[in-house]
Structures are given as structure tokens and as C-alpha cells.
Write a protein that binds this ligand. Structure first.
Ligand code: NAP
Length: 470
């Protein structure tokens, strides 16, 4: 495919291969953009931002609604593209495509609900006779930098609210998975988005990411990806608005009174969908002494039954990881934990980019598989003596994106919600659940700011204060 900038589809002689992570087959190629391309893209987007700023909310909403309709019509193609370039099984690719449509549809709703506020100035000393109100205006140009693992929906979570709020937007998709983003751009243009209001620049994060993040014409950076890159972006951004959706190593607490079958089912889903490459994948499973053995007995067959292989083949329950070096990382962390005394319950084998779904038991919180972000298909199970120890361990990392608890006791569930430092807290479900309209974002090193179209629009607009001196 070609990239889109300067109001048109453009090609370059230097190109990047987009490969299927299962067998390395080249699916397509995309241009390798340079910093000069970013400069050209931003020059046009400056004009596009003026067009968007003057476009009524009614029209912005209508464009997004038409785009959602086109996404529905192309759901099969979008789902297959996601699976082919990313490696998730086809049902997960199709589910992501339907969620991305929902994200764009909700953005269309929210475009019509951007309101301002009357401020009671007569309540201030000297405020008699004054009338004040806020005006919410677009930021201008939003840079949307996205990771590989949800190559369509996480782009939709940035582009939908950016357009709804009246901004121009430049997308920098992950180099491994640019095709889904480019297909979304095609759809938005077909739906009537002015061509000067959008760009999608494909190429390496080091060169074009830096060019985008340091450019003063970009007022807002919305980034989803690793802590390390997020931290680097915050340092180079200067005075810009930033939203950071970063990593995690989400804990699941299973107490003695839990429904063990349900907990085991949901850990098998939360820990292994998309081969564990979800920011809210269940990673650390903290189980109380009384049910520790029974829980492992319930979890093992469910995880062992996850058939691995070609993500596009029927019957496959878990596909490859995005790159072989990521599967090697998982292998080395699992081996390191086993060397330090953890017990391999199932899995532990690698074939190229496929790492078999793995359970480790007797994991201590100092092991890397527990304290860092694994981002792969393994869960680390640790025995705890009760809720206090479980909460202490849940909070014992730098991350705080999603956490869950299984218990029948409302008091202990509320204690968990109050005391665990996490942006998302689930009671009697796994960590991996999200409605696209809800506020979503992490605490601590898991990030800054919220996504979900209503909340993202707040972060992609600026507030002015108007005072009428009567
Ligand atoms: P990544 O390596 O941090 O890359 C994310 C994006 O940043 C890619 O588009 C990458 O481009 C770009 N990039 C790289 N260097 C850059 C630079 N110097 N300046 C600007 N952009 C730069 O992350 P990933 O491996 O794709 O995704 C996995 C990570 O994302 C995990 O940590 C996961 O937890 C996190 N994540 C978080 C959420 C959330 O909602 N909190 C959701 C999904 C994923 P290239 O691809 O060209 O390098």
C-alpha cells in the first residue's frame, strides 16, 4: 500500500516489508518515510486543521457515522488484515474490526456532545455584573502514535476523537502493522474527511517518531506503546499535551471464596488471547492458600487445550507472537524463573514465533516474570495468605493499568477497588475487559490521561475562558 500525506497517496522507492508473523511471508510493502515526509505532512495538516476547526460538529459527526457504516461493510477484510499482519487468530481480528467500528461510531455520537460551561463569576469578589463561560476548541494537529497489538482499534481510539473534536490528525502506525491503519484512512476519505485533514506516515519510529514529537506544529501527542518509548516521547515533546497509554503486568487475585471454574476460565482468556500481547493481559495470578492447588488443577487443562498454529486456520486458538525476538524474550524469562525455583505446570516450549501457552507456579514477586511486563503467553501464579498480602503484591510494581479479583465477599471486593492502584478494576472478571466508550488509562508507569471517545475529546481540545464585563 502507499502512505497518505499532503492530501494524496504517495509512494517512495525505499519500502518496508509487512510480514505474516506466523511464517514470515511478505503480505505487502509500505513506503519508508523520512523526517522530510513528516515536515511535508505537517505543512498540509496546518491547512487541514483550519478546515476542521470551521467544520460544524454536525458534519464531523456525519463523516464518522459514514465511516462506521463503511467499516461494517468491510469488516471481513479489516478483520483478516488485522490477523494477517498482527498474528491474532481470525475471530480476534474480526472482533477487533467490530470494536474499531464501535469506537468510530461512539466518536460520531460524542462529536455532537462537546459542551462548554457557564462559570458563576458573580460569586467572585469584584464579579458583580460579569458573565463568564468556557469555550472548548480543537487542539489543532494531533499526532497519533500506535502499537502493533491492536493495529485498527487503537488507531480508531485516537483518530475518531481527534476528528470528532475538530482536529487534523497524523497517524504513525507501528512498522510491523501499518496496513489496518492505511485501510482506515481510505475509509475516512471515502466518508468525506477533507484530504488535507489526515495523514498516515509509515516508517521507523526512531526517525519519523522523533520528527513528529519534536515539531511545534503538533499540539497534542496521543501515544500508545511501551513505557520506554513513552518516557522518551515525554522528554522530547516539550510544551505539548500528551496522553500516554503504556504497559502493565496486570494482577488477578483469587480468594478462597472465589468461583474457581469462572476464575480459571477467565484467566485462560485474559492471559492468552492475542498470545498474551495485550496491555491488560493477566500476568500475575495471586491465589490464596486454601484454593491454590484446586485453582491450578482447574487452570491447567484450559491452558493446555489452547491449540497453537496458523492464526488464519480454523481451530487455532492462539497464534504467533509478533516477532521471534519477542518469543525468545518469553522463553528466557520463563527459563530464568524455573532456574530460580518456579514450577513449570504446562507449556514452556518455543517453535519460531510461537510460544506454547505456559503456566508457572510458585513464582516469587522478585522474578522478572512477575515484576516486569512480559507481554507474552505465560501466567505467573503465586500463593498468598490472604487479601492483605494479595493487595500488597498487586501494588508492588511500577505499573497500574488493570487488576481483577474473584470473591463472593462485597467488602473484600470494595477493599480491593479502593486499595489497588490501577486505572481499571474488575470484580469477578479477568483483567482483559474493555468497553470502548468507558474511560480507560493507567496509573503510575502505565500512563497519563484517558481514552474512550468522550474522555479523549477532553484531552484533544483546549479550554478558553470568555468574560463579558457587563
Ligand atoms: P513500542 O515499541 O513502544 O512502539 C509503539 C509505537 O511507537 C510504534 O509506532 C513505534 O514505531 C513508535 N516509536 C518507536 N520509537 C519511537 C520514537 N522514538 N518516537 C516516537 N515513536 C516511536 O510498542 P509496541 O511493541 O508496538 O507495543 C507494545 C507495548 O504497547 C506494550 O508495552 C503494551 O503494554 C503497550 N500497549 C499499551 C496499551 C494501553 O492502552 N495502555 C495498549 C496496547 C499496547 P515502530 O513500530 O516503527 O518502532
Amino acid at each position: 500500500m502507499r502512505m497518505f500525506l499532503g492530501g494524496q497517496w504517495q509512494d517512495r522507492s525505499s519500502r518496508i516489508d509487512v510480514t505474516n508473523p506466523y511464517d514470515g511471508a511478505v503480505i505487502d510493502t509500505v513506503p519508508k518515510a523520512t523526517a522530510a515526509d513528516v515536515d511535508a505532512a505537517l505543512s498540509t495538516l496546518v491547512e487541514g486543521a483550519k478546515v476542521m476547526r470551521n467544520m460544524p460538529a454536525y458534519d464531523r459527526s456525519a463523516i464518522l457515522r459514514r465511516a462506521a457504516g463503511l467499516m461494517l461493510a468491510r469488516e471481513q477484510d479489516l478483520g483478516r488484515t488485522i490477523s494477517a499482519e498482527e498474528g491474532k487468530i481470525l475471530s480476534e481480528g474480526l472482533f477487533e474490526a467490530s470494536r474499531a467500528r464501535e469506537t468510530i461510531d461512539v466518536s460520531a455520537d460524542e462529536a455532537r456532545r462537546i459542551t462548554s460551561e457557564v462559570v458563576p463569576l458573580d460569586a467572585a469578589p469584584g464579579g458583580k455584573g460579569k458573565f463568564g463561560f468556557t469555550l472548548r476548541v480543537p487542539c489543532g494537529i494531533v499526532a497519533a502514535i500506535t502499537p502493533f497489538n491492536f493495529p485498527l482499534n487503537l488507531v480508531a481510539h485516537k483518530v475518531g476523537p481527534a476528528i470528532a473534536a475538530g482536529n487534523a490528525v497524523v497517524i504513525k502506525p507501528a512498522s510491523d502493522t501499518p496496513l489496518s491503519a492505511l485501510k482506515l484512512v481510505e475509509i475516512l476519505l471515502e466518508a468525506g474527511l477533507p484530504p488535507e485533514a489526515i495523514a498516515c506516515v509509515t516508517g521507523g519510529g526512531g526517525e519519523i517518531g522523533n520528527a513528529l514529537c519534536t515539531d511545534r506544529r503538533v499540539r497534542k501527542i496521543s501515544f500508545t506503546g511501551s513505557y520506554e518509548i513513552g518516557d522518551a516521547i515525554c522528554r522530547m515533546a516539550g510544551v505539548k499535551r500528551v496522553t500516554m497509554e503504556l504497559g502493565s503486568n496486570s494482577p488477578v487475585i483469587v480468594l478462597d471464596d472465589a468461583d474457581l471454574e469462572k476464575a480459571a476460565n477467565l484467566v485462560a482468556v485474559s492471559g492468552f488471547s492475542n498470545a498474551g500481547q495485550v496491555c491488560i493481559s493477566a500476568q500475575r495470578i495471586l491465589v490464596t492458600t486454601g484454593v491454590y492447588g484446586d485453582f491450578l488443577d482447574a487452570l491447567k487443562p484450559r491452558v493446555a487445550a489452547l491449540k497453537t498454529g496458523d492464526q488464519l486456520a480454523e481451530g487455532t486458538k492462539m497464534g504467533p507472537m509478533i516477532r521471534e525476538r519477542d518469543a525468545l524474550r518469553v522463553e528466557s524469562w520463563v527459563n530464568e524463573a524455573v532456574g530460580a525455583g518456579a514450577k513449570l505446570v504446562t507449556g514452556g516450549q518455543r517453535r519460531g514465533t510461537i510460544y506454547e501457552p505456559t503456566i508457572l507456579a510458585n513464582v516469587s514477586s522478585a522474578m522478572r516474570i512477575s515484576c516486569d511486563e512480559l507481554f507474552g503467553p505465560a501466567v505467573a501464579v503465586t500463593c498468598v495468605d490472604g487479601i492483605d498480602e494479595a493487595i500488597r503484591l498487586a501494588n508492588s510494581t511500577n505499573y497500574g493499568l488493570s487488576a481483577s479479583i474473584f470473591t463472593q465477599d462485597i467488602d473484600r471486593a470494595l477493599k480491593f477497588a479502593r486499595e489497588v492502584d490501577s486505572g481499571n478494576l474488575h470484580i469477578n472478571w479477568g483483567t482483559q475487559w474493555r468497553a470502548d466508550l468507558m474511560p480507560y488509562g493507567g496509573l503510575k508507569d502505565s500512563g497519563l490521561g484517558k481514552e474512550g471517545p468522550h474522555y479523549a475529546i477532553r484531552e484533544m481540545t483546549e479550554e478558553k475562558m470568555v468574560v463579558i464585563h457587563g
